[in-house]
Design a protein around this ligand. Structure first.
Ligand code: SAH
Ligand code: SF4
Ligand code: F3S
Length: 473
């Protein structure tokens, strides 16, 4: 049990479904300059690093997983909480040594910290040569020319149009089975605690044809699962220049599902105010659209939700949960993000979050203590007045409750058989394979005659809060 709670603890440090950071794989192109890229933060950032590598490869660079052999180190950064930024600051301290040893080494900061701090980053961190915001990656080769001439280079221009639709991402650290596809950028929601609208700019949707083409291409290359990414996928809305063609999220989801029944489709993140029954009906109609919804509640208290400017109430949220369960059934996976200790959160308001969790019984939860972000509406309007010790106490409470709910939800699966997409060997043994069910549960089982990338039917025989254990049927 302790190790399970530890697992959940780790999850509180990490953005949705993505490891803390990933690095580039080795790629040997003789004579080319080598880039080592580290990605922090959410799936959007991870997906952006793949665009960055595509831009750089077109300009004669190649990637390396060996930091010692890099000519350029890029950190694609996150600003969502203060500790996300501190992690990058201490990484930069560590990189100083590399620069001392290799006088030609250049260091660049990309992503949300670059956008939030702009030239301040160059002033504060002397080893940084390059600062590039999320909408300026096409400019990287030009900026690097400036750096080669001995200057510091910066581009943090935010665009209303850029979606990198025409750039074919270079898949980094891919298992060759599942891939992310960005369908939109930016966010217009202005949740009061959140830095994303300032670091990623206005919401814009990517050309539907380019999304379908990318998904078809992935399937041709042997991929079996795509995850459509956006800060608020339900508000995806694209129309052709002459407005003859209009595509909303439900329609896009259907088009991707129709590519092939063997291509699984996932998506993230859904916003409770925008998630429509249309999307749920499309999910119900296609077996290959995974029955899993990440629907962050943030809080179970309507008064806190109002201060957070989430624009829905507890009742509205519970109505959406009811719709999921009635259209997709009790077994649809549901996960959430929760913030404890938001400005002015009373003990009663906190108890409402615990009671919402008990009413929904989430399969999974990402849980955070509120971290004030400079210049956000909450920072301007409210005091960050909940003591750190209380934030931590509340965080532990929700982590423990979520751990119990995850175990309870997993136990309901024991004795049943599920279709699993195999992702590789289990972490502990090459005699066992690991895969995921449609509702996003990790399952481990003896390999039999199966291999990575195949579908298998697996009977669940046991479970922990984090993993199902099973055998092939
Ligand atoms: N677009 C997604 C969230 C992206 S950020 C959505 O609306 O749900 C991922 C999560 O980080 C958020 O859901 C929230 O729970 C958390 N988060 C964002 N800002 C935060 C802050 N200032 N302090 C603590 N957690 C925060
Ligand atoms: Fe941030 Fe809210 Fe946008 Fe999510 S929906 S990215 S929490 S502003
Ligand atoms: Fe993602 Fe962090 Fe930016 S969560 S959008 S990388 S602030």
């Amino acid at each position: 049990m302790t190790s399970l709670i530890k697992d959940l603890d780790i999850l509180t440090e990490v953005q949705t479904l993505v490891p803390e950071f990933k690095t580039t794989p080795e790629e040997n192109v003789p004579g080319s300059r080598k880039i080592y890229i580290e990605t922090y933060g959410c799936q959007m950032n991870y997906s952006d690093s793949e665009i960055v590598m595509a831009v750089m490869q077109q300009n004669g660079y190649s990637s390396t997983s060996n930091i010692e052999s890099a000519d350029l180190i890029l950190l694609n950064t996150c600003s969502i909480r203060d500790n996300a930024e501190q992690k990058v600051r201490s990484r930069l301290m560590h990189l100083k040594g590399f620069k001392r040893r290799n006088k030609n080494l250049k260091i660049g900061i990309l992503g949300c910290m670059a956008e939030r701090l702009k030239s301040k980053l160059i002033d504060e961190e002397k080893m940084v040569d390059l600062v590039v915001g999320p909408d300026a990656y096409r400019d990287l080769p030009n900026l690097l020319n400036e750096v080669d001439e001995g200057q510091k280079a910066i581009n943090v221009f935010l665009s209303r149009e850029e979606t990198y639709a025409d750039i074919e991402p270079v898949r980094l650290n891919s298992n060759g089975i599942s891939a992310f596809i960005s369908i939109m950028r930016g966010c217009d929601n202005m949740c009061s605690f959140c830095v994303v609208p300032y670091t990623r700019g206005r919401e814009r949707s990517r050309d539907a044809h380019s999304i379908i083409n990318e998904a078809e291409d992935m399937f041709r290359k042997g991929y079996k699962e795509v995850t459509l990414l956006g800060q608020n996928v339900d508000s995806y809305k694209w129309s052709s220049d002459n407005e003859t063609e209009k595509v909303n999220f439900a329609e896009l989801l259907e088009k991707v599902a129709l590519i092939n029944p063997d291509l699984r489709v996932r998506f993230s993140t859904s916003h409770p105010k925008d998630m429509t029954d249309d999307v749920l009906h499309i999910m119900a109609k296609y077996e290959n659209i995974c029955k899993n919804i990440h629907l962050p509640a943030q809080s179970g208290s309507s008064s806190v939700l109002e201060r957070m400017h989430r624009t829905y109430t507890r009742e509205w949220y519970l109505d959406r949960i009811k719709a999921i369960k009635s259209i997709l059934g009790e077994e649809c996976g549901i996960s959430t993000d929760t913030i404890v200790g938001f400005c002015g959160e009373t003990e009663e308001e906190h108890l409402e979050t615990l009671s919402l969790m008990s009413a929904v019984k989430y399969d999974y939860g990402y849980m955070f203590a509120y971290s004030e972000r400079p210049n956000t509406p909450a920072a301007k309007k409210y005091a960050d007045d909940i003591e750190e010790s209380i934030k931590q106490k509340r965080l532990t409470q929700i982590i423990n409750l979520q751990s119990a709910h995850s175990l309870e939800r997993n136990k309901q699966r024991v004795g049943k058989t599920y279709k699993v997409l195999i992702e590789g060997f289990s972490k502990r043994s090459v005699e066992h394979l690991q895969g995921r069910t449609s509702d996003n549960k990790v399952i481990v089982f003896p390999k039999g005659d199966k291999a990575s990338g195949m579908y298998a039917h697996v009977l669940v025989t046991d479970c922990t809060a984090g993993t199902l254990i099973g055998k092939l049927v």
